[in-house]
Design a protein around this ligand. Structure first.
Ligand code: SAH
Length: 250
């Protein structure tokens, strides 16, 4: 469920390329955002290049609000975040996309209308625009190459917002196919078999080294999320190797 009413409004200032308008509309739709405002746009939202890049997100371009100045674009908002690739010589609190979503999840932000402001491709936001925003968001990137494409910057922040809002956010999961994760009992069975065979072949050489070596080996297997099938295979491997060693002539 998306918490309606607290969706950030995306505000693009003096955007130059119609392709970026289209790409921004597309990523907004990807991440459940719908309200786009343009301040003094240099490109038109219904430019064929914008429409082409928006793919299915034409409605966002069609519903766009265009203003001639920044003040008008933010007049009905309670809180405005600037975005910038680099920190300015001014007193301003900087958030990352993550700390930004943590902030707006706080109870005092629940009823607020807030906007995220993105600058023009060539220059970014001027310090004058920055000064009109409450806080800034900087996406942490390689300091030697810190400027993202406009639509990609929107995408990173919209992604973070969506993850924080959506109960349907995909949990990291392993595709297990027809098998299931091994039980601890199965894992112990395999580890006991392995240890017994390593003891028999004198794998440890120096017995005082066994505890640490064995702990490392156990950690190697336990961090792998092994399936029942994986363990059967591994037991088969250990078994086959031990039998071949038994047969080896002295
Ligand atoms: N040449 C400009 C880059 C503008 S990129 C400059 O050096 O500032 C267009 C917009 O994308 C920026 O104004 C900002 O809103 C956003 N953006 C780009 N990289 C970003 C980053 N690392 N963090 C936050 N916003 C970024």
């Amino acid at each position: 469920m998306l918490a309606v009413g607290v969706k950030p409004i995306i505000i693009l200032v003096e955007t130059q390329l119609p392709e970026n308008l289209g790409s921004v509309a597309r990523v907004m739709a990807n991440f459940g955002l719908s309200k786009l405002r343009l301040v003094k746009p240099q490109a038109q939202p219904l430019d064929p290049k914008a429409i082409a890049l928006s793919v299915g997100a034409f409605d966002i371009l069609d519903d766009v609000i265009i203003t001639e100045n920044f003040e008008e674009a933010v007049a009905d908002l309670n809180y405005v975040f600037a975005t910038t690739a680099y920190q300015r010589d001014m007193i301003k609190a900087y958030e990352t996309p993550k700390t930004f979503v943590d902030l707006i999840k706080k109870p005092e932000f629940q009823e607020e209308r807030f906007g995220i402001v993105f600058g023009p491709e060539r220059t970014g936001l001027t310090n004058d625009y920055m000064a009109r925003c409450h806080k800034a968001i900087t996406i942490p990137v390689n300091p030697d190459f810190s400027s993202l494409n406009l639509a990609q910057a929107v995408s990173v922040i919209a992604y973070e917002w969506f993850q924080s809002q959506s109960s349907q956010a995909l949990k990291a999961c392993i595709q297990l196919g027809k098998t299931t994760l091994a039980t601890q009992g199965q894992m112990n069975g395999f580890l006991n078999l392995l240890e017994k065979n390593l003891d028999q072949t004198n794998f440890w050489r120096v017995s005082t080294k066994k505890p640490i070596m064995w702990r490392n080996l156990q950690n190697l297997f336990t961090r792998l999320d092994l399936t029942q099938q994986d363990l059967k295979t591994l037991c088969g491997v250990v078994d086959a190797l031990s039998k071949s060693l038994d047969k080896k002539p002295d």
